[in-house]
Design a protein around this ligand. Structure first.
Ligand code: TYM
Length: 353
């Protein structure tokens, strides 16, 4: 993980500020999975006290694959917010908000779209993967411009760092390119952000197909949903694909399924993966799977309870989001105004004169 230090003041008048962090997560399912948690959200929680942290539920991005029914989107958005709080985000320490509450994201996104080549957007691996699933007629322009809106999410906060899983590396590269392109055309405006990608848990693999990342789009059997009950979690883990050998060893090339289980166990118990592997010397895969199931249930059960307790008070969730949106807009509006001014848009006050 890249180390960041408190930034020095830019000038004599400006006080040092904590380095800024932004990340986002989609509200596209009824439960986050272990890949989301270990690849991203766990880092969000541990970084929130040492950064000025902005975390957003990217509900605009949730329309890019299909259009969920309005009540489904509302429900998933609330469940997402509740899960982030249940995972340990503290609204006193970080700013938690919804992307659709801060219009500066889409206002910047338009400008960045005009600076992105069509081919550049169409070359994004995630776009190609997702578009190939539905067929050309079935994917939206929003799916193509998804990473540009993501760039706007980040740049409008002048974020220094963006904690994400490995699958977001290419989108972060595009974000850096767009920041640099804008800065060289219009003068220094945007911070060029660094991706913060965890070493051990950057890519949690699907339990049924350990050649692919865990993702709800691959189907339910290989995905550990955090809100599943103990018995279905245990069943899924016991059915995880391993290999025909019997030795428990951390070797991601030769033994991806077993290594994935060791990674999960290490991350959930906060232990180095090689230590964890040593516990199973002379034991078979059954013992490893039982230990992974126990650790997963020990995490997921209280997590689901906290999520449900939070969902029981929707007014409090709305209050946290309203407060988050105010704090987010206070920052985003300043960056957007500077960018618009540099582009040459008349400010609304000038236009009224
Ligand atoms: P989303 O919702 O698809 O994923 C949220 C986060 O979970 C990580 N992740 C994984 N990490 C490890 N192993 C896995 N199997 C796994 N699956 C998912 C993702 O890397 C991500 O960090 N495009 C973003 C959402 C976004 C965003 C942003 C992120 C929109 N705007 C601005 C950062 C900054 C995404 O992948 O969401």
């Amino acid at each position: 993980m890249s180390e960041l230090v408190i930034m020095a003041p830019n000038s004599d008048e400006q006080p040092a500020r904590l380095p800024r962090l932004l990340s986002g997560i989609q509200p596209t399912s009824d439960s986050y999975h272990l890949g989301n948690y270990l690849g991203a959200v766990k880092q969000w929680v541990s970084l929130q006290s040492s950064y000025e942290a902005f975390y957003c539920v990217v509900d605009l991005h949730a329309l890019t694959l299909d259009l969920p029914a309005p009540d489904v989107l509302r429900e998933r958005t609330r469940v997402s917010v509740a899960q982030l709080l249940a995972a340990g985000l503290d609204p006193q320490q970080c700013t938690l908000f919804l992307q659709s509450h801060v219009p500066e994201h889409t206002r910047l996104s338009w400008v960045l779209e005009c600076m992105t080549g069509y081919g550049e957007a169409a070359r994004m691996t995630q776009f190609k993967d997702k578009a190939s699933r539905g067929g050309a007629e079935h994917h939206s322009v929003g799916l193509l411009t998804y990473p540009v809106l993501q760039a706007a999410d980040i740049l409008v906060y002048e974020a220094d760092a963006v904690p994400v899983g490995e699958d977001q590396r290419q989108h972060l590269e595009l974000t850096r390119t767009l920041a640099q392109r804008f800065n060289s055309r219009y003068g220094n405006t945007f911070t060029v952000p660094d991706a913060v990608i965890p070493k051990a848990t950057a890519k949690i693999l699907d339990l049924q197909d350990p050649s692919k990342k865990m993702s709800k789009s691959l189907g339910d059997a290989g995905t550990i949903n955090l809100l599943d009950d103990a018995s279905s979690l245990t069943k899924k883990i016991k059915r995880a694909v391993t290999d025909t050998d019997t030795a428990v060893r951390f070797d991601p090339e030769a033994k991806p399924g077993v290594s994935n289980l060791l990674t999960i166990l290490g991350a959930l118990t906060d232990r180095p993966v090689h230590d964890v592997a040593g516990d199973f010397d002379g034991q078979g895969y059954g013992a490893l799977k039982s230990a992974v199931a126990d650790a997963t249930v020990a995490f997921a059960e209280p997590f689901a309870k906290r999520t449900n307790d939070l969902l029981a008070d929707p007014a409090e969730l709305d209050r946290i989001l309203a407060d988050g949106a105010d704090r987010a807009r206070a920052v985003a509006s300043v960056t957007l105004a500077a960018a618009y001014e540099r582009i040459g848009f008349l400010s609304p006050t000038e236009a009224r004169r």
